[in-house]
Design a protein around this ligand. Structure first.
Ligand SMILES: [Zn+2]
Length: 457
């Protein structure tokens, strides 16, 4: 069926549908019609996907401090104005400026063989001739500790199989300093993600203040397993790591903000958004260009349909999530005096795959409200409310203000793609972008418009 016709039929069904009497609160009834219109408008085109494709194709990767990011920020400002959003502006943020430079890692003995790698974000570089040493492969921190003095003078390879991101990312974040404290010369980390196609995943490391800073890079799952097998056979492998990575002076960047001003209580704001910076490989389409575009879409859809909620809806495209979180912190500092007017914050930073609903953290009463609103999304199967929600960029403000927090929940293999050269638009389904935009638009519109304000704990 033609997509326009399909959408019209869906909107009619959504408007006509009524819950069984008593099953849903009556305050929700006035929202069935605008919700159906928002969903219909979102699903009637590929606007969101096309905008994300344009962003990635035009500007590429958007690492903090890069001209790519700053040019993309200026483009976003112009586009928001073109959309007719209000109070479009930037808020200045000083961001770290780390650059990768040339880099390589190769087995030099027993037989020469280059490995696929990506230096870890914020790593120091090596001397120009590189660091060459025998490797010691460990699967866990316990194995590292057990190796004792054998760590000294080695390049440690952390070959931790991926379980969850939260669990496995410890080896990337803390592994370099743990090994440095035992006098290792450098670290190679098995990429934090499920097995892919020999694709390395970068991401930030976190040097401890009390250990020497040693260079660290990610290698692929395949190469980490190869080094493990060679060690298990009793073969001593020697590698050479070369990295030009370094920090330049902090750079100027900006959070981008656009609004639909509230018609009755403009000072009260529902804040939604994603982070506009990315790693310096791929085009940051999944992490997190998609999250930026689908939250931004919520405002564009309201504007297009002439829906002006009671309270203000604000989209924020945060800068420097990946290697500093300075955008999220700067937002808090700038708006610290206004936290009481923040009704709720929502971040989309888990990729844009088929949306299933939202994660929510807040009071029981607020959860009941959000759960009721989500029933408006049954028609696109995005009505599930998960036990907790939040995001890195909204975290500082949510914590400081003890605010209700949400995140978009999706069904997709985010960690296969993120922080890799494969994070490009072709992994994203245009219909998923439209559905996610619809879900966020409906949730945000009702939260901003409902007569009684959502209550914090
Ligand atoms: Zn992200």
């Amino acid at each position: 069926m033609n997509r326009q016709i399909l959408t019209s039929v869906l909107v009619c069904i959504l408007i006509a549908s009524r819950a069984a009497p008593g099953a849903q609160p009556s305050w929700l009834d006035p929202y069935r019609e605008p919700a159906a219109r928002l969903i219909g408008e979102a699903l009637s085109s590929n606007f969101a996907w096309e905008r994300l494709a344009l962003l990635g194709d035009t500007f590429g990767a958007r690492l903090s401090g890069s001209k790519n990011l700053e040019d993309a920020i200026q483009w976003a400002v112009a586009e928001m104005k073109e959309d007719g959003l209000e109070n479009v502006r930037t808020e200045a943020v000083k961001v770290p400026h780390w650059v990768r430079g040339q880099e390589s890692v190769e087995i030099v003995s027993p037989r020469h063989s280059p490995l696929v790698m990506l230096g870890l974000g914020n790593s120091v570089g090596t001397p120009p001739e590189g660091v060459e040493a025998d490797v010691l492969v460990v699967r866990t921190f316990a194995e590292l500790e057990a190796a004792g003095s054998r760590v000294r003078g080695r390049i440690v390879v952390f070959n931790a199989p991926f379980t969850t991101y939260g669990e496995t990312v410890r080896y990337r974040a803390a592994g370099p300093s743990r090994a440095a404290a035992m006098e290792a010369l450098a670290v190679l980390v098995r990429s934090v993600g499920p097995p892919g196609l020999r694709t390395p995943h970068t991401g930030a490391l976190d040097y401890a203040p009390d250990a020497p800073k040693i260079p660290a890079a990610a290698i692929t799952v395949e190469d980490a397993e190869r080094l493990q097998r060679m060690q298990d056979r009793g073969t001593q492998v020697r590698v050479r790591l070369k990295m030009e990575a370094k920090f330049l002076p902090d750079a100027d960047s900006f959070n981008v903000i656009g609004e639909i001003r509230g018609r009755e209580r403009p000072d009260e704001v529902v804040v939604i958004g994603g982070h506009f910076d990315s790693w310096d490989v791929g085009t940051g389409s999944t992490d997190d260009g998609g999250g930026c575009v689908v939250t931004w879409e919520a405002l564009r859809l309201m504007k297009k349909l002439g829906l002006r909620p009671r309270r203000t809806v604000r989209v924020v495209l945060w800068t420097n999530e990946e290697n500093g979180l300075r955008g999220g912190q700067a937002y808090l500092e700038r708006h610290r005096g206004d936290l009481a007017n923040h009704v709720l914050m929502l971040e989309s930073d888990s990729g844009v795959f088929r949306p299933t609903g939202f994660g929510f953290s807040g009071s029981t009463g607020a959860r009941a409200r959000v759960t009721a609103i989500a029933t408006l999304l049954q028609g696109i199967q995005a009505d599930r409310i998960d036990p907790s929600g939040g995001g890195a960029d909204i975290g500082p403000t949510v914590d400081a203000g003890n605010l209700p927090a949400m995140s978009l929940s999706v069904d997709g293999n985010y960690f296969l793609i993120h922080h890799t050269p494969a994070d490009t638009i072709d992994k994203i389904d245009p219909m998923d972008m439209s559905r996610a935009s619809a879900a966020i638009a409906v949730m945000t519109y009702v939260l901003a418009d409902m007569p009684e304000r959502l209550r914090s704990p």
